[in-house]
Design a protein around this ligand. Structure first.
Ligand code: NQM
Length: 373
């Protein structure tokens, strides 16, 4: 498959992730040609992504595709694409709330949205789920200013805040219809407040929930147990066979240790997240607010505030969620969710994809076997 020899691209950090941002018009319209190009841009499949701009981890092998929306209710459309590191796969099956933080600034930088003087709000349609979001960020003098004093765990230093608001979603908060399901012998809560996520007490899978991500990733027995839970939960959640998809995510829950509401270790779904995704956190927070969920007795959600501090391996993520637990036959719903992230333009220029020669599409040799997703 051939494609353009060079493409305009902006590399950005969005929250605790990093990705390549493109205008939709700069990519092939044909999905197969686009995906082939993105694999060659990122350097996949290769555990090191040495011949591309991917960072050899799912959190740094991400793509945002942005365009002016034809929906009069929103300004831009954002399609998130996860580029697998070690497999020739590009997936639109999941969304990413971290790369979302860069979409508004990118839209202003590329002239898709006129900046306000002081601050700009961009209404975004997230094409992966069809749900809307609004991002607000500083634009003094009509230019995006990435500097500021907002700090987020997992990112050194500080940067300008990007406030993100999600109105009530249209998908069921409880995709199985139950607040608790027994899956592969384990009691779990399957929840979707923007990211299908299975909440699992850490103790139910024989870990404390305070381990380092790399130690959890080495635990073969845990990996097998989580895979079993995920395959069954995925079916129950209406996601079909999830063996090769990146959703649902799995979040292990343990009591908080640093004044937050809960400690988490989140599998995305094979690698253990070094922090937690934005929409993953939104789903955990909503799940912990539901009476009868598996977080009861583990988590301590604040009773009088919408804000919840989710502890994770590199710190914490504060997220606001207002959950209506449902009554008289009406299902529970997350009425609103809001979070502050930061984003930064790292590089703007032209990316030169690896050539489209058929041999280049094969994984490089080596004796290590496939790297974890
Ligand atoms: O949940 C990683 C990330 C994510 C997703 C993943 C995310 C979100 O941290 O909104 O941002 O779960 O694969 O970038």
């Amino acid at each position: 498959m051939t494609g353009p020899a060079e493409v305009r691209c902006m590399l950005m950090r969005g929250g605790t992730s990093r990705g390549a941002y493109f205008l939709a018009d700069d990519l092939p319209a044909d999905t197969a040609a686009r995906d082939d190009l993105l694999l060659r841009v990122m350097g996949s499949p290769d555990p090191r992504q040495i011949d591309g701009i991917g960072g050899a981890h799912p959190l740094t092998s991400k793509v945002a595709v942005v365009s002016v929306s034809d929906d009069p209710e929103v300004d831009v459309d954002y399609l998130f694409l996860q580029v697998a590191v070690d497999r020739p796969e590009v997936s639109d099956r999941q969304n990413c709330g971290n790369l979302l933080a860069g979409v508004g600034p990118f839209a202003v930088e590329r002239g898709l949205v006129a900046p306000g003087d002081g601050e700009t709000s961009v209404r975004i349609r997230m094409l992966n789920t069809g749900e809307p979001a609004v991002a607000t960020f500083p634009t003094p003098g009509g230019r995006v200013d990435y500097t500021g004093d907002a700090e987020i765990s997992g990112v050194p230093g500080s940067a300008a805040p990007v406030g993100i608001r999600f109105p009530q979603g249209s998908r069921p908060l409880l995709p199985t219809g139950n607040v608790r399901d027994t899956v592969a012998g384990t009691s779990v809560t399957c929840v979707d407040n923007g990211m299908p996520t299975v909440l699992i007490p850490a103790s139910a899978v024989q870990v404390t929930g305070y381990e380092e991500p790399e130690d959890l990733e080495k635990d073969r027995a845990l990996a097998g147990r989580l895979r079993e839970i995920r395959l069954t939960a995925g079916r129950l959640m209406g996601l079909g066979d999830v063996d090769s998809t990146t959703v649902p995510k799995l979040s292990l829950l343990a009591p908080p240790r640093h004044g937050g509401a809960v400690t988490t270790r989140t599998f995305i779904p094979v690698r253990c997240h070094t922090s937690i995704g934005v929409l993953g956190a939104a789903s955990v927070a909503a799940g912990l607010r539901l009476p009868g969920g598996v977080g009861e007795g583990i988590a301590r959600p604040p009773a009088r505030s919408d804000r919840m501090r989710i502890e994770h391996p590199t710190g914490f993520l504060d997220i606001d969620t207002r959950v209506d637990p449902g009554s008289d036959g009406s299902p529970p719903a997350a009425r609103r969710t809001a979070v502050v992230r930061t984003a930064r333009k790292l590089f703007d220029g032209t990316v030169f994809p690896r050539s489209a020669a058929p041999a280049a599409a094969r994984p490089l040799g080596g004796n290590d076997g496939p790297a974890p997703r």
